[in-house]
Design a protein around this ligand. Structure first.
Ligand code: V47
Length: 383
């Protein structure tokens, strides 16, 4: 299939008559309505949905698939927000709690440092006692100590928390401006969970609201801080909730163009209150491979203004991520090295992968691996 010549519906073999007009629109490069997006979720013709997503992916990036030399840093797991899906948060005095001073942060990065390290991705808990200066010093210190390493930090939920600890109280714009002046280069997409109010109230009642999350990202984009967006799925949300989530992101992206990638996060159902609640109801929430693939494919087709859909191998396994490279995914995150959040909720994948493993994973899927930085600039093409 060539990158320029648009395949026809016949060429992508659409068997479901309800999907045909939707497929026509996708192949013509036209935007889908909400109802048409729902057809992608509902149809039994999953192979056609995956092929459509692959066409959209190929039109955007050709044969390339991206990864980054990254390090995850969670400077603390102290958090009192109480999201029910989370197995990561601890309270002071709990077993397994950690709370790094700046010296501990430098020691952590030194321990995991690699000459190709490009991005430190920071996400953590809402710590009730750390001062605002601590966070600025953390970004400044990383930027000064590790030249060439970009700081991608914190989630919109944490940015919202920072506005509450500043005295006098700062707004999103001031908090982000000061972080940017300290060296912040980009922001991760965590904390979005599911925007739909009913579900958000059940799983993340005390967290930043959907509107707040979107406002933080809008403000970041206005300040030229690019960001990502996530969606936590596979728990108590409906398929409409998932598409509604994507729809709100698509509208914000129309306004700002500041998102790089969309990352569906498959719910990890161990050691958290939500999994216990569901078990008490006689339910067990765990996404299947087909659910993961369809979800990524729907995202690729529906989010027509997002440069990349990211397959997060930590949560959906490297094997499914590899298959997802033929279902809309053009980015597989990175080496990561020390992932704590998904593993606290039972993820069974490794804590990190080597560059060689990522390159092989991409090559074996028939794609050309490209090592990128946090701003998606190409650093190395593994031809
Ligand atoms: O903010 C917490 C989610 C996020 C669970 O921007 C859970 O490049 C599933 O945001 N099951 C952290 N998810 C991860 C994250 C991320 C990952 C990869 C790439 C990027 C990026 C961002 O994980 C949290 C929360 O939304 N999370 N607990 C759980 N049990």
């Amino acid at each position: 299939m060539s990158v320029t010549a648009a395949p026809t519906v016949a060429e992508v073999r659409v068997r479901d008559p309800e999907l045909r007009p939707v497929a026509d629109k996708v192949l013509e490069g036209r935007r889908l309505t909400f109802d048409e997006g729902m057809v992608l979720y509902r149809t039994r013709d999953l192979p056609a949905v995956l092929r459509l997503a692959d066409v959209v992916r190929e039109r955007r990036v050709g044969d390339k698939a991206y990864f980054v030399h990254s390090l995850r840093l969670s400077q603390t797991n102290v958090c009192y927000v109480g999201c029910t899906f989370c197995g990561f948060a601890k309270h002071f005095g709990d077993d397994g709690v950690w709370d790094y001073d700046l010296e501990d942060v430098w020691a952590y990065v030194d321990r995991h440092y690699h000459p190709d390290l490009t991005e430190v991705h920071i996400a953590s808990g809402h710590h009730p006692k750390r001062s605002w200066d601590y966070y600025l010093d953390l970004v400044r210190g990383l930027t000064e100590r590790y030249p060439g390493v970009q700081v991608k930090a914190w989630t919109a939920a944490e940015i919202h928390h920072f506005t509450k600890i500043t005295r006098p109280r700062l707004g999103y714009r001031e908090v982000l401006t000061q972080l940017k002046e300290a060296g912040l280069v980009a922001m991760p997409g965590g904390g979005a969970e599911i925007f739909a109010e009913g579900v958000r109230r059940r799983i993340a009642r005390a967290k930043v609201t959907a509107e707040g999350w979107l406002e933080v990202h809008r403000t970041a984009h206005e300040l030229d801080i690019p960001t990502n967006a996530t969606m936590l799925y596979g728990h108590v949300e409906t398929l409409q909730d998932r598409l509604d989530h994507m729809d709100r992101l698509r509208r914000l992206q129309d306004d700002t163009g500041g998102f790089f990638s969309f990352i569906p996060l498959a719910y990890q159902p161990e050691h958290n209150a939500l999994s216990a609640e569901l078990e008490a109801e006689g339910r067990r929430a765990r996404t299947t491979g087909v659910d993961d693939l369809r979800n990524l494919a729907v995202a690729r087709v529906y989010l027509d203004n997002f440069p990349h859909i990211k397959g997060y191998w930590i949560m959906i396994t490297p094997e499914h991520t590899q298959v997802a490279l033929s279902a809309g995914v053009s980015d597989i995150d990175g080496t990561i090295k020390d992932e704590r959040i998904a593993h606290a909720s039972g993820a069974e994948t490794e804590m990190g992968m080597t560059e060689d493993e990522l390159v092989k994973l991409i090559r074996d899927a028939g794609r050309v691996p490209v090592r990128r930085d946090a701003l998606y600039r190409e650093l190395e093409v593994f031809a």
